[in-house]
Design a protein around this ligand. Structure first.
Ligand SMILES: Nc1ncnc2c1ncn2[C@@H]1O[C@H](COP(=O)(O)OP(=O)(O)OP(=O)(O)O)[C@@H](O)[C@H]1O
Ligand SMILES: [Mg+2]
Length: 581
């Protein structure tokens, strides 16, 4: 082995670049962060060939003094922190003083800057880390960084770059994150001289709408919760907007985009009951926390953070989001809690989104969604029915699948099976949580053929089955009898229920059945217990279901994340039929 030696600076920077500047998008992220840290109000990005050929970021921020230009490109040189104490409460996005040095080590970089008080701008150029003396330049204000030919001097690295389209897609994603992180800053993006994005400074809600689209805004809820030390705000998509991938998930800690395991877990938990496990929610959420309570110096690209009190953050994020998502129909105006109907209601939600700040009080929404003035003759319910419940009264059943009901806004359509399943699920869960799962003994036990393993499982786990509300006993080497089921499920097929429970215990083990698998098992049972399509319900039965839905948390989403009901207001219907136009 050769002798130990200290590496030359350029090589050190190139090694660092491998971590910090993985691809054009990571260089773009660093430059955008520098512009934001410099207090820019406008940031313009220009890319050529996916950022591989050229990547320019110009801002109108504070600028860099002539004598500091060379230092800005030096490693471990930063204006953002000076002491360990500063590091521990850092509020800027950058603090390590290595981004520009790393980028400069693997590209041809030009840095031009002008402070307000300077007569003109100065520019410094560097090619693969070799810096030329600075010279005067033309720039009205702020800083412009030009990065050409990324990895021109490290061919091995360059080989890892993907196609222009792929690199551009990564750059655009980084651009969107920055744009979402700071709605008060104007952003533009050009690619191959074509304008791609032009976002004027605006409020957060309009920025979210501009970046994620009207579709997202129309099927999402506002979140704004505050505790003594924490605030979570933003917009969370309802299951109707869920996706197959995690691509529309934006979480910011003090305006820094992060992907944090703890936070992801808390968010996932909050969506757990309303989203099918292979669907992913969409959201843009901002967590505000004292900078001293979060360590941002744990990952080379700062995408992960560490919270001093991880448990408190987890709990807060979970509860804040859970509260926003589980607004029950009883507490909230029907149109607001209901998922938006595909024909008419998006216009409503869009209208709401356009005019309202994230922190608007609920009463403000109420006025927006309040009953539009209608002539007296259109009063939908007769005078005898004074108190109209939120989901109204049943009119009829449609095709054995839907319940049609009338409330003070107009027409309510309920997916009978999904709604019943939701009600059952919440009941089962509440009973189990409070240890009060009531059993319904069956007058005539239901016997069924079972595999030996199921018979053994039933024998071995009698206590667990009892806790879940079941009594299942062997009546032969290959036969089981169900003697009792949970009261909530008394009308379901007892053998089906028993098979589902035994299958779960057999596959996942008793302890997991009652912990991580529990809610999935309850969902399966609820599905078995819910009324099937084509069952004819009496008006009384339909009304009973509507009342139960009102009393059930999250009644507007079924366990699989599908909506359970829609509201069509008279105005929606008038619009459909172009009445009064
Ligand atoms: N757009 C800009 N406007 C004003 N000053 C800038 C700009 N970009 C860089 N600087 C100055 O150059 C210094 C070095 O930037 P660099 O990105 O290398 O390090 P940093 O931002 O301090 O830390 P990090 O490596 O964590 O990003 C910054 O501390 C800042 O003073
Ligand atoms: Mg930086």
């Amino acid at each position: 082995m050769s002798a130990i030696r200290v590496l030359p600076d350029l090589l050190i920077n190139q090694i660092a670049a491998a971590e910090v500047v993985e691809r054009p998008a990571s260089a773009l992220k660093e430059l955008l962060e520098n512009s934001l840290d410099a207090g820019a109000g406008e940031i313009a990005v220009q890319l050529q060939q996916g950022g591989i050929k050229l990547l320019t970021v110009s801002d109108n921020g504070s600028g860099i003094a002539k004598e500091d230009l060379a230092l800005a490109l030096a490693r471990h040189a930063t204006s953002k922190i000076a002491t360990l104490d500063d590091l521990e409460r850092v509020a800027s996005l950058g603090f390590r003083g290595e981004a520009l040095a790393s980028i400069a080590a693997v590209s041809r970089l030009a840095l031009a800057s002008r402070k307000v008080e300077d007569k003109h701008a100065w520019k410094i150029e560097s090619a693969g880390g070799v810096t030329a003396p600075d010279e005067p330049a033309a720039l009205s204000r702020g800083t412009s960084v030009e990065v050409r030919d990324l990895y021109f001097n490290t061919p091995a690295r360059r080989k890892f770059l993907k196609t222009e389209a792929t690199e551009f897609a990564h750059c655009e994603e980084v651009f969107k994150r920055a744009a979402l992180s700071r709605a008060d800053v104007g952003f533009t993006l050009q690619h191959n001289s074509r304008a791609q994005w032009r976002l004027a400074a605006q409020d957060a809600q309009n920025r979210i709408r501009a970046v994620l689209g009207d579709d997202f805004a129309a099927v999402s809820v506002m979140v704004d919760e505050q505790s003594a030390a924490l605030r979570l705000w933003g917009m969370a998509g309802l299951p109707a907007y869920s996706r197959g991938t995690r691509d529309a998930q934006y979480f910011f800690v003090n305006h820094r985009f992060v992907r944090d395991k703890l936070v992801t877990h808390a968010l996932r938990e909050a969506y757990h009951d309303i989203l099918h496990h292979d669907r992913h929610p969409a959201f843009v959420l901002f967590l505000e926390i004292d900078p001293a309570a979060v360590d941002v110096n744990v990952h080379p690209t700062k995408i992960e953070v560490r919270f001093r009190d991880a448990r408190a953050v987890h709990q807060f994020v979970f509860h804040a989001l859970n509260k926003a998502l589980s607004a029950s129909v009883v507490e909230h105006d029907a149109s607001r809690a209901a998922p938006v109907n595909p024909f008419v209601a998006p216009a409503y939600a869009a209208q709401a989104g356009m005019n309202l700040g994230v922190a608007q009080p609920a009463s403000f929404y109420e006025t927006l969604f309040a009953n539009p003035a209608r002539p007296q003759t259109r009063t939908p319910l007769n005078d005898a029915q004074q108190e109209i419940p939120p989901l109204g009264f049943a009119l009829a059943q449609l095709q054995g699948i839907y319940i049609l009901a009338q409330n003070d806004k107009g027409l309510v359509i309920v997916d009978m099976h999904a709604a019943h399943e939701r009600v059952m699920y919440e009941k089962l869960k509440n009973a189990l949580d409070s240890g009060t799962t009531a059993m319904q003994p069956l007058l005539i036990p239901v016997t069924f053929n079972a595999e030996k393993l199921d018979v053994a499982t039933a024998e071995e786990h009698g206590a667990l089955l009892c806790e879940l509300g079941f009594e299942i006993a062997p009546v032969g080497p290959n036969a089981l009898a169900v003697r009792a089921v949970p009261v909530t499920l008394k009308d379901a097929d007892a053998a089906d229920l028993a098979r589902a429970v035994l299958k779960d215990i057999r596959e996942f083990g008793a302890s997991r059945t009652l912990t991580e698998r529990r809610n999935e098992l309850l969902a399966t049972l609820a599905c078995h217990g819910a009324v099937c399509a084509n069952r004819i319900l009496s008006v009384n039965e339909m009304n009973a279901l509507l009342r139960e839905m009102e009393a059930t948390e999250r009644a507007s989403q079924c366990n699989h994340g599908r909506p359970t009901w829609y509201q069509f207001s008279i105005a929606d219907l008038d619009k459909l039929f172009m009445r009064g136009q």
